[in-house]
Ligand binder design. Structure first.
Ligand code: ATP
Length: 447
């Protein structure tokens, strides 16, 4: 593990920063502990009115880059409930396990491969108190329908990827894609993690953003390198600082048996570097396995060359909830302004929950009515907040804490000059803009 970075505000990567971000997310309606009125429920979280916007923006930014802006990737939304055959073929039933140990002194459970010292219990400090490791399968098992026989067994998917493999044939038969091409999906996954924790970093229910890119076997290495570079750049393009982000190739002993190359995009969390996304060269493992288990031919027929081959797969697999948290940690900043501390989330505009807030200087209908009308007009193009309570200073501070890139103040002069003051979040610079030009002003800066 690396230590905290020395860069930026000097608060990067510290436990103190982590606490501040978690407190902010609770205070401002980003994330609530799930079932809080019943005392909460085991590392599950609900995304509140602000958090749902943030999370949606992370997923939309991914979808925009991975599907909308590309000719060679199509989307999919597969079901979460799935039959055992899928997980038999994928190897998850046999191998999707983590090594579990119990501490015989304090009766806590731990994931052996994540311990700093495999001999020492991180809860009570006892040495040599662990039981022999047991392989614990992380899949949630349930039953579909009212009958409790073996035929009713179903699993909640532990990754979205298998949806793409089992629909490979459907997609090539019903669309005009041809290799190299990808199938992308965003959605919930479930893992019965032994030790969930670090807020939404590791939870049992989470969201993933995954893409399977099908290529000719001879081109797999080149595409693997392409996707490593592309995915690393995506985080930089959306505001992650370079000194808190790295691309780390796996050592040979970390690789899955079918992978000929995996790299993780890692973010510098308070506890050190940890994974946001894995990019893997999976060879033809998945299609071959599903072909063998289902009896379907899962291959590509190249008519021009009269050749059949099983595509190799490059998989960039990211976590949406985990990435949303990393964006918050990277964006959090404090600065001294006129003797007071200003907390500001310097989020990239595409990730920011609200893009703009309209703030009339007075609650009086004289100002509030036209300000509301402006907010309503902007809503057609931008997620817009409207706030007329408290002093203007406090309202700016609230928007800074939400990461809103632009605040628009509607004052008494606005009634005369038909202009408003636009304040930019990071520089706090203000400009007077004609009301008629506000939408194009924002569009130029944010789209
Ligand atoms: P880890 O080693 O942290 O358990 P993994 O390598 O098994 O993760 P993958 O199977 O590669 O993770 O999943 C792809 C991405 O999904 C991860 O990079 C992460 O962002 C996200 N992810 C995986 N498990 C969880 C979880 N329990 N909670 C939140 N996000 C997760």
């Amino acid at each position: 593990m690396s230590g905290p970075s020395e860069s930026g505000s000097g608060k990067v990567g510290t436990p103190e920063l982590f606490d501040k971000v978690v407190n902010l997310t609770k205070r401002r309606g980003f994330v609530y502990p799930s079932a809080e009125i019943y005392g909460g429920f085991r590392s599950t979280y609900d995304y509140g009115p602000i958090g749902v916007l943030l999370l949606r923006n992370v997923k939309d930014a991914w979808w925009r880059s991975m599907v909308q802006l590309r000719e060679d990737v199509v989307g999919l939304d597969a079901s979460i409930l799935s039959p055992p055959q899928i997980w038999e073929a994928s190897g998850h039933l046999a191998n999707f396990t983590d090594p579990l140990v119990d501490c015989t002194k304090c009766n806590t459970r731990h994931r052996l491969d994540k311990l700093d010292d495999p001999e020492v219990c991180p809860n009570c400090g006892a040495r040599g108190s662990f039981t022999e490791p047991r392989e614990f399968n992380l899949m949630f098992k349930t039953q579909a329908g009212p009958v409790q026989d073996a035929g009713a067994v179903a699993y909640l998917r532990p990754e979205t990827a298998q949806g793409m493999f089992i629909n490979f044939k459907n997609v090539i038969d019903t669309t005009r894609v041809r290799p190299p091409f990808g199938i992308a999906q965003v959605g919930k996954s479930f893992r019965n993690e032994i030790t969930p924790g670090n807020f939404v970093f590791r939870t049992r229910e989470f969201e993933q953003m995954e893409m399977e890119f099908f290529v000719h076997p001879d081109e797999a290495q080149q595409w693997y390198e392409y996707w490593c570079a592309e995915r690393y750049q995506w985080y930089l393009d959306h505001g992650m600082p370079e000194d808190q982000l790295r691309l780390r190739p796996h050592d040979d002993d970390e690789l899955s048996h079918y992978s000929s190359g995996t790299s993780d995009v890692e973010f510098l969390f308070p506890w050190g570097w940890d994974e946001l996304e894995g990019i893997a060269n999976r060879g033809n493992y998945d299609l071959t396995q599903h072909a063998a288990h289902s009896g379907e031919k899962l291959e590509w027929y190249d008519q021009a060359a009269n050749e059949r081959w099983v595509p190799h797969v490059i998989e960039p697999a990211a976590g949406a909830t985990r990435t949303a948290m990393a964006f918050l940690m990277a964006a959090y900043d404090e600065e001294e302004v006129k003797g007071e501390t200003r907390v500001v989330l310097r989020l990239h505009h595409r990730i920011a929950p609200y893009k703009v807030a309209v703030l009339p200087l007075s609650k009086k209908a004289e100002l509030a009515d036209p300000a509301r009308a402006l907010a309503q007009q902007l809503r057609g193009s931008f997620m817009t907040d409207y706030d007329e309570t408290q002093s203007i200073g406090r309202r700016y501070r609230r928007q800074d804490e939400l990461g809103t890139p632009y605040c628009i103040t509607f004052d008494f002069d606005s009634l005369e000059d038909h202009a408003v003051t636009v304040r930019e979040r990071d520089s706090m610079e203000q400009e007077r803009i004609a009301i008629a030009d506000v939408a194009s002003y924002l569009r130029e800066r944010m789209i």
